[in-house]
Design a protein around this ligand. Structure first.
Ligand code: GTP
Length: 235
């Protein structure tokens, strides 16, 4: 296997499947199956999931809502997705712990780095909810932060696009995909991989980012097995 411990970043929107809002149980079950597959191979898996399928703080702010209030709602949305993913994994007999950056003790464990690592060592999937627990930070930043804290080998950013292209592949059919690119070249070429806070944190800590298509069954397994899937960003 290419990695021992990974942090998988999933977008909230991806959970919608073909819906306009919320969670598609079929998509959720597919994700759980993919994750179960790599856990069975002995890979330690931590997950950060976004909340955009339910609420986005930035979108709330654009409609006149206080940004901090909106971001708090977004953080709770990630907890809802975390609970859903926990259920889906447990349905497939994968031991899972949900830890949240905001304390909602009756619902989930509070985030404790040492406990998270212990869970991973025991083969449990650890889902981190509520982002970083702070407004103005994205779940990408939460993913990079947690990945560094738990000493993950890489952050695997599951998207609906199969990597990083020179121009938007959904708008331009001649777009060229990078197999590998450096942090510096991403900045020089003005490519959007993650927001700058997340991206810089990753670069400063030499944490490789792999962007790949999570919606194609089998991709996650191929990636952790060392196949060239998606685009890898490293130094
Ligand atoms: P080990 O003792 O290391 O094997 O871990 P463990 O998670 O099995 O033990 P623990 O006694 O910490 O947790 C048992 C169960 O309670 C697990 O399902 C945890 O997710 C859950 N749990 C632990 N702490 C909290 C908490 O603060 N709030 C909630 N809601 N659940 C918790």
């Amino acid at each position: 296997m290419q990695y021992n411990r990974i942090l998988l970043k999933l977008s909230g929107e991806a959970l919608m499947g073909d819906r306009q809002y919320g969670i598609d149980p079929k998509r959720l079950a597919e994700y759980a199956k993919e994750i179960k597959g790599i856990v069975a191979k002995g890979i330690e898996v931590a997950i950060v999931i976004g909340g955009g399928n339910i609420f986005r703080g930035v979108a709330g702010a654009a409609n006149g809502m206080d940004r901090v209030q909106g971001d708090h709602m977004g953080m709770l949305a990630t907890c809802i997705n975390g609970l859903a993913l926990q259920s889906a994994l447990e349905d497939q007999n994968v031991d899972t712990r949900l830890q949240t950056a905001l304390e909602i003790k009756e619902v989930a464990e509070p985030y404790i780095k040492r406990k998270a690592i212990r869970h991973l060592e025991k083969g449990r999937v650890v889902i981190f909810g509520a982002g970083t627990g702070n407004p103005y930070f994205t779940t990408d930043t939460a993913a990079v932060l947690r990945a560094i804290e738990i000493d993950a080998d890489a952050i695997l950013k599951g998207t609906r696009v199969d990597g990083i292209y020179d121009v938007d592949p959904e708008k331009n059919k001649d777009a060229i995909k990078f197999e590998k690119i450096t942090f510096k070249d991403v900045i020089k070429k003005g490519l959007k991989v993650m927001d700058m806070t997340a991206f810089t944190l990753s670069e400063e800590n030499n944490l490789p980012i792999i962007v790949f298509d999570m919606n194609t069954n089998g991709n996650l397994m191929k990636l952790v097995s060392g196949e060239k899937i998606g685009t890898i960003v490293d130094s």
